[in-house]
Structures are given as structure tokens and as C-alpha cells.
Design a protein around this ligand. Structure first.
Ligand SMILES: [Zn+2]
Length: 310
């Protein structure tokens, strides 16, 4: 009954080595493995001679030194940032200092509004792009040409970067092969995330290279599975509400069977993201502000069962 997500977790790499993964694309993985990063952050280098770096990664001196040492003799002309989580953007500062390359991104973390801490690696509040990138913007250099795709949801400032000529989409944390994405309010937004999945379905990219883990070679199948998975989760939350289970904690208990305890908080944030979305659609109400501690109920009588349509 449950939706099958075609996870991809076979991941061959060596820490500290910039390795070719596709024509004109190299990747070096930072040694920051964890429950939200899989084996670590994959920093991509696109082009040869004059190159763009995508997601320089966490502020890990070994990672930065290995990246810069391997690129000696080449010129970094662009530093692209998919979003401002601490496992993605902090190394932009050191790479920029060493190379003089400007940074490109949607904007500061959470639009610069400091809220409660998220469940993931946390926000990089220090990053502010030299060049603000919007949906559809073209970024050109060397022998490559990127098209930016704004994909809010995981964070409000999340961008994917497409290489249309190669059929490649660097999908950041929006779509990954090894795991679902964390969608944690307040900056994470389930309605936006679902729209951003639909946005990718309307595209024709042949392969996704996420920041964590291996490539996704059947991207549309993968995206469809994630959409189905979230709808199923939403239906599960509505079932909880129908049977009087009205708190985030109790819903996580019921819906996430066999959950890694390290992911419990993230699961709670994800349920909260669904509840906020359902409130926005007038399907659910809370007894106050929609927080982790609030009590939730269905707006309409529980008998109809039609509330989850769409
Ligand atoms: Zn992230």
C-alpha cells in the first residue's frame, strides 16, 4: 500500500578527491556525513579551465584546501549556492577569498528573518550573494551555461541549477536520491515544496545531481514518487485527526514506524509543515498558533473522508 520511493544509495567516491562524474562535471565530497547529509556534501565543479563551483560546502578547512589545491591552474569564475544551510554555503567565503570569484544565490537565509532554529543543519546567516539570482536567470561562463530554477520548499531561497545543453539539473536538497527532503517550518514550506516538485515534473532534465548522494537517472519517476509519498503522509495525518490524534508528537509516533531517533525532531517538523499547509487550505484548524505543541482538529466533520482530495 505504501508508496515505494526508488531510493538511490550506491555511492562510490573518495573523500578529498575531486573526481569526474559526468562530461565537464567533477565532484568532491566533504567529510561531514550525518543523518541529514548522507556521506557528506558533494561540491560540484563545472567546466574545465574556467569553472563554476556549486555548493562549496561546510566550513571544513580540509575540504576547502582539497578543492582549491585540485583547482590550481584553473580559474574559478562563479560560486553558485543552491541554498543557505550550513552544509552548503559557508565555504563560499573561503573559496571567494582564494579565487576572487563572486557568489550567486537567491538571497540570505530565510530572507534575512531570523526565526526559530530549523531541524536540519541549520541556517548560514552570514551568506549574502554578490549576485542575486531569480527563477529563469541565465548564468554563463567558460564553456557552460546555467539556467536557475527557483524551487522553494526545503528553504525559501532554494535554487536548482540546470545545464540545459547537457540535460543535467543540480537539484541541491530539493530532490535527492538517498532520502526525502526535510521541510521544516518556519522557512521550510510544504505548499511551496509541492509546487516546486510539480515545477520539476514540467521540465525535461535527463539526470539530477543532488548535493548529497548519487545521481538520479530517472528523475521524473523519482519526483512522482516523492509527490505520492507526501500525499500519502498528508492522508495519514488526516486519518490521525479523524481518530482524535491531534498533536504532532502523537502523529509522529503513529505515522513513522521504525524511525531513526536522530530524525524524530525532523519528522515532527515535517508533520508540522503538512499541518500548516492543511490550515492554509482550510482543512485543519489549530487551538492557537500552529506550533509543535498545538492541538489540531479537522475543520469539517470527520465522516466525509474527502478532505485529502488533490
Ligand atoms: Zn539543506
Amino acid at each position: 500500500m505504501a508508496v515505494e520511493i526508488p531510493y538511490r544509495r550506491d555511492f562510490a567516491f573518495e573523500y578529498g578527491k575531486l573526481e569526474p562524474v559526468a562530461p565537464g562535471v567533477r565532484r568532491i565530497v566533504a567529510r561531514n556525513p550525518g543523518p541529514f547529509t548522507f556521506k557528506g556534501t558533494g561540491t560540484y565543479v563545472v567546466g574545465e579551465g574556467e569553472v563554476a563551483v556549486i555548493d562549496p560546502g561546510p566550513d571544513l578547512p580540509d575540504h576547502i584546501a582539497a578543492l582549491l589545491a585540485t583547482l590550481e591552474g584553473e580559474r574559478v569564475t562563479h560560486i553558485l549556492v543552491t541554498h543557505t544551510h550550513r552544509d552548503h554555503s559557508p565555504a563560499a567565503k573561503a573559496v571567494k577569498e582564494a579565487t576572487g570569484a563572486p557568489t550567486y544565490g537567491f538571497g540570505p537565509h530565510a530572507g534575512g528573518r531570523r526565526g526559530e532554529a530549523g531541524a536540519e543543519e541549520g541556517g548560514d546567516w552570514d551568506f549574502s550573494p554578490d549576485t542575486v539570482v531569480r527563477d529563469g536567470d541565465v548564468i554563463e561562463g567558460g564553456n557552460w551555461r546555467f539556467e536557475a530554477v527557483h524551487t522553494p520548499g526545503h528553504t525559501s531561497n532554494h535554487l536548482c541549477f540546470a545545464l540545459p545543453d547537457a540535460g543535467i539539473l543540480f537539484s541541491g536538497d530539493h530532490v535527492m536520491g538517498w532520502s526525502t527532503s526535510v521541510v521544516a517550518p518556519p522557512d521550510g514550506d510544504m505548499a511551496a515544496y509541492m509546487e516546486s516538485l510539480d515545477k520539476l515534473l514540467a521540465r525535461r532534465d535527463a539526470v539530477y545531481w543532488p548535493t548529497h548522494g548519487p545521481a538520479i537517472t530517472e528523475p521524473r519517476r523519482h519526483v512522482r514518487a516523492f509527490i505520492a509519498h507526501r500525499r500519502e503522509r498528508e492522508a495519514g495525518i488526516l486519518d490521525c485527526l479523524k481518530s482524535g490524534v491531534g498533536t504532532v508528537d502523537a502523529m509522529v509516533e503513529r505515522l513513522y514506524v521504525g524511525l531513526n531517533p536522530a530524525l524524530r525532531r525532523a519528522a515532527g517538523r515535517s508533520v508540522l509543515a503538512h499541518l500548516i499547509d492543511l490550515i492554509g487550505r482550510d482543512i485543519v484548524a489549530a487551538d492557537g498558533p500552529p506550533t509543535i505543541a498545538a492541538h489540531y482538529r479537522l475543520r469539517h466533520s470527520a465522516g466525509s473522508g474527502g478532505a485529502a482530495a488533490g
